[in-house]
Design a protein around this ligand. Structure first.
Ligand code: ZN
Length: 657
């Protein structure tokens, strides 16, 4: 499939949310390039400079454990300003008279309340909010503080910041995007990947002409003059970067899907400037995917609440918990952000180095969408990602460079990560893979929490009973991919003799041990046989069952590879070619038989007194065969070897030992 890019460019003058996207046509379907878009969203927010300015992204202390945030915000999309009262509830993990939150210093904290009284605090140079209690709190004691703050969320180096305020399609809008380091750019919280709140309540007061969209269920709306306060309630654990607001003029469409025993709402917040039905296909796709993803990966993680999609203007999509923000209705974008609700939201990467646990799996859910609902596109979609990944010889899925946004939100994390998940399924088999993935998402150590790459490996090993050291080491931490060179011949009984060589594109891996599918075909027939490739130069005898003229390596694209070649060699055609060697035979006596025409044979060895000292009965499937008789166990002397097939082979030969 030829690949082409269409660049749609909407340019505007003032501070506008830009919707510049690139799509690829695959199988007649436009595919949005998600890695590119998610990266662009983040780069835009950071002015293309990477995350250096907020590289030290959390100074929050670990002496307290957040279990709940109450967030009350007052906002107007026409003005770049935020005013909020945030009330975190927490439990002390260590006795201390202070705790520290993350909050950019340019936002001003007016007061901090504790048990009804104002208490001491200061905002540190490192964007920390240091709160001092009147007396030390003991281990295990519960507390809550209310942080009253306001100000202009900073732009960092770009016009938008993690907090976009401006015109989107000529309507004022506020859109937040906190991943990876930007929560504390607009609200005081723990900005790292260590501490999920168990639940959150969000109330947004905004002019009534605007509609806010946020996490969880909209519980109620209260109108007061020209202002409306919308109360959102979310009763699942949530990482702070997944907390979000979108506020503009929306039309809210409500639909539903049966999930388990519940008719769960499915919402679409469509920008008022869009055609009213424009996002109906996105809602229909979600209704199609939610039961299928629940079957494959376990129940939708927020089934007691809902799933919403909200149109926004910040580029690609962002998987805000229970409410993905999407720039358009593309199939792969819709599947990807929905897939994140399992991979990223229910189980969140435990460090940004492990971002592939979010993005690789979300990319894999795009594959799953095509596999089940658009099968004609499935293989070409995987092929396009393999082509993108094998364009460079190196690059690992895992990265230690978490301030380089091009690297972090790049093809290695998304495409290679997705393809590694795809290969893990190939290595483990469909049933074990899906069982393993469900077990991973429900593993007590990571469920509704954080996971590292080692957690995934541990669970997949437990479920499969396989050692996955080499797989993870080579495909996640090391670099490159294999190229296969296959030579083959086929004998007169349709057995193929195959030799499979492998070279690798990067010196960090000498050999990738993988099962490799080989498709043998002629004009009318084909069959796929899988070989377990453990070393370069390994040979296999395969019963093809018909005379093939062609072999294709990995025809269903199960393994990342490039530059594979096959060469057919002429097979010896003479029937019943026997070789018996060496003679004299001091150690092992070798018997080789080419193109046997008999299906059974008996090998016998007699000594000079006519006593039978060795016998072996063989079933031969028709391929070239080789056996050995260990002669060391017999006294030195003369022996007679007899080979007797059911009709054609009958031979007696004197052997010296
Ligand atoms: Zn993603």
């Amino acid at each position: 499939m030829k690949k082409w890019y269409a660049i749609l460019l909407f340019t505007t003058t003032c501070v506008q949310a830009q919707e510049r996207v690139s799509t690829t046509m695959i199988g007649g379907q436009p595919m949005v390039n998600i890695a590119e878009l998610e990266k662009r969203s983040h780069l835009k927010l950071l002015g293309g400079q990477g995350g250096d300015g907020i590289a030290a992204h959390s100074v929050a202390t670990e002496n307290f454990d957040i279990h709940y945030y109450q967030c009350d915000w007052t906002l107007n999309p026409e003005i770049r300003y935020i005013k909020g009262n945030i009330t975190p509830h927490f439990i002390m993990k260590q006795a201390s008279d202070s705790i520290v939150f993350d909050l950019v210093r340019v936002l001003t904290v007016d007061s901090v309340l504790f048990r009804g009284n104002k208490i001491a605090f200061y905002q540190s140079a490192e964007n920390g909010l240091v709160i001092k209690f009147p007396a030390a709190l003991s281990v295990g004691s519960k507390g809550a503080v209310t942080i009253c703050y306001q100000g202009v969320p900073p732009n960092l180096t770009s016009p938008n910041g993690n907090f976009f305020q401006g015109l989107h399609r000529s309507v004022y809008a506020i859109y937040t995007l906190s991943e990876p380091y930007g929560s504390s750019v607009w609200w005081p919280c723990k900005n790292g990947l260590t501490d999920k709140a168990d639940s959150i309540d969000i109330s947004v007061t905004t002019p009534s002409i605007y509609t806010p969209s946020s996490n969880g269920l909209l519980e109620r709306e209260e109108r007061d003059g020209d202002q409306t306060t919308s109360h959102f309630k979310h009763r699942y654990p949530i990482a702070t970067y997944l907390v979000a607001l979108a506020i503009t003029k929306y039309i809210v469409d409500k639909d539903s899907v049966m999930l388990g025993d519940r008719k769960m709402p499915v919402l679409m917040y469509t920008h008022i400037a869009s055609k009213p039905d424009y996002y109906k296909p996105a809602t229909a796709q979600v209704i199609q995917c939610l039961p299928k993803f629940s079957e494959l990966f376990g129940m939708y993680p927020f089934q007691k609440e809902h799933y919403a999609q909200t149109q926004w203007g910040l580029g690609g999509g962002m998987e805000h918990q229970t409410n993905s923000f999407i720039v358009d209705r593309w199939n792969n974008l819709v599947a990807h952000e929905l897939g994140h609700q399992w991979f990223g939201n229910k189980v969140t990467c435990g460090s940004w180095s492990d971002l592939w646990l979010n993005e690789g799996f979300a990319t894999y859910t795009e594959f799953a969408y095509y596999e089940h609902f658009m099968p004609s596109v499935h293989l070409s979609y995987i092929a396009s990602m393999m082509n993108a990944i094998t364009a460079s010889p190196g690059g690992s899925v895992y990265t230690t460079d978490t301030t380089n946004y091009n690297r972090l939100f790049g093809p290695l994390t998304y495409y290679k990560g997705g393809l590694v998940v795809h290969m893990l399924r190939w290595v483990l088999g469909d049933e074990v893979f899906h069982k393993g993935v469900r077990a991973y998402l429900d593993d007590p150590a990571v469920k509704y929490g954080y996971a590292r790459t080692g957690d995934l490996k541990r669970v997949m090993e437990q479920v499969s009973g396989k050692n996955l050291d080499s797989f993870f080491d080579k495909w996640i931490y090391k670099e490159g991919y294999p190229s296969y060179k296959l030579t083959w011949s086929q004998n007169n009984n349709n057995w193929a003799s195959v030799k499979l060589n492998q070279t690798t594109s990067h010196s960090s891996v000498a050999f990738f041990e993988m099962p490799v599918a080989l498709k043998f075909k002629n004009a009318t027939r084909d069959t796929i046989l899988v070989v377990d490739h453990r070393f370069s130069g390994q040979t296999f005898a395969l019963n093809v069952g018909f005379a093939a003229d062609t072999v294709l390596i990995d025809p269903l694209l199960k393994v990342i590879s490039k530059g594979n070649t096959t060469t057919k060699e002429a097979a010896p055609t003479t029937a019943d070619q026997l070789k018996i060697y060496p003679n004299p035979a001091p150690d092992n006596l070798q018997i080789a038989l080419g193109n046997p025409t008999d299906k059974t044979m008996v090998i016998q060895l007699f000594n000079t007194t006519g006593q039978l000292v060795y016998q072996r009965k063989l079933n031969m499937a028709g391929n070239d065969e080789q056996w050995q008789i260990p002669m060391q166990q017999y006294p030195k002397g003369v022996y007679y070897l007899r080979l007797k097939g059911e009709k054609n082979i009958d031979l007696v030969q004197k052997i010296l030992h």
